[in-house]
Ligand binder design. Structure first.
Ligand code: ES4
Ligand code: ZN
Length: 326
């Protein structure tokens, strides 16, 4: 209880959060009803009971199915507000939110509908809780480069409201190299660059994200630790890793929380942060992730404070705003 209170009281930024992954079963049910959609479950608890996965692909199949209840601007607004209400309780002061436009445009939902709903939810969060936020538009790596370019094109009217692009979905077999050109185009447009790499994929994919995508931030990155040269390079470059302990456990990136490498990452000089990834699916919001890994690894207050400080250092906030949070 003491540890939980300390963690909730630590000002923190959340840097790895898929907004579609914050869709709780109760809201999924409500949105299905409101939109006249049928989902193959009789209750929110039945939805929860169906969340059985032991690898990334099994999770993604369930996650994309859940996102299908998001239809109207109000749906995206309500989803976003629900996330921020929960994040506020966890001491989140700033959030950099990933969204997957292709998951929605592929179902005939307009890009503008998604953007309007997310942005109005973010404005509400600022008004209600004082939480600042920005958006990371993630490309689905199981789709083509052409599809990613079309998505970048659709985002053009909204570029002043988008801070970065990301790369998510099925990692193995979809290396960063497939998206080198679209990332170069995004950089030309002034966007920051993130990519999921080294979650299930090998250290080579992390190297590709550095060398071919020129990422500003690495999502997950766990498997970098298998390569000491790569680890030293990430540490030397001051690269931020957005680590997600409960996600790692659920998707078997680690076999037990007691094996989580978060403290090893810090000892190796990596700028590691703690994040929730898909909290509605992985069993906890950001403070739950800090608590779970702190208890399992025996982290002290100093290490926890370092992780929280790293979250601001690794954010895309301007230097003055970072300094104001430290
Ligand atoms: C994701 Cl944990 C994870 N990995 C890759 N892509 C994702 N999309 C949502 N969650
Ligand atoms: Zn993720």
């Amino acid at each position: 209880a003491d540890l939980s209170r300390f963690i909730a009281g630590l000002p923190k930024a959340e840097l790895h959060l898929h907004i579609e992954g914050s869709l709780e079963p109760e809201l999924m049910f409500a949105l299905a009803g409101r939109n006249g959609l049928t989902i193959p479950f009789t209750s929110a608890d039945a939805v929860r009971a169906a969340y059985q996965f032991s690898n990334l692909q099994d999770f993604l199949d369930i996650y994309y199915q859940g996102a299908a209840v998001l239809v109207t601007e109000r749906d995206f607004h309500d989803l976003t507000v629900a996330y921020f209400d929960r994040a506020a309780a966890d001491g989140v002061k700033h959030a950099e939110i990933m969204f997957d436009p292709q998951t929605h445009t592929a179902r005939g939902i307009a890009f503008d509908t998604v953007m309007r709903g997310l942005l109005s939810g973010m404005a509400d969060a600022k008004a209600r809780h004082g939480i600042t936020s920005c958006l990371i538009m993630s490309f689905l790596r199981h789709l083509s480069e052409e599809d990613a370019f079309a998505t970048l094109e659709q985002s053009r009217p909204w570029l002043s409201h988008i801070t970065a692009v990301g790369l998510d979905s099925s990692e193995v077999g979809n290396p960063p190299s497939r998206f080198a050109r679209v990332f170069a185009a995004a950089r030309e447009l002034g966007l920051k660059l993130c990519a999921h790499a080294g979650e299930e994929g090998p250290p080579d994919y992390v190297r590709e994200a550095l060398d071919l995508l020129a990422i500003d931030r690495l999502d997950h990155g766990n498997r970098s630790l298998e390569d000491p040269v790569l680890t030293a390079r990430l540490a030397g470059a001051g690269m931020t890793l957005t680590v997600c302990p409960l996600s790692n456990l659920k998707l078997r990136v680690v076999h037990a929380m007691a094996d989580h490498p978060i403290d090893r990452m810090l000892r190796e000089g990596l700028r590691a942060t703690v994040n929730s990834d898909d909290p509605a699916y992985f069993g906890g919001y950001v403070a739950d992730n800090y608590v779970a890994v702190a208890e399992a690894r025996g982290l002290g207050r100093q290490e926890l404070a370092t992780l929280a400080r790293n979250s601001f250092l690794g954010s895309f906030l301007p230097d003055e705003a970072v300094a104001a949070h430290l």
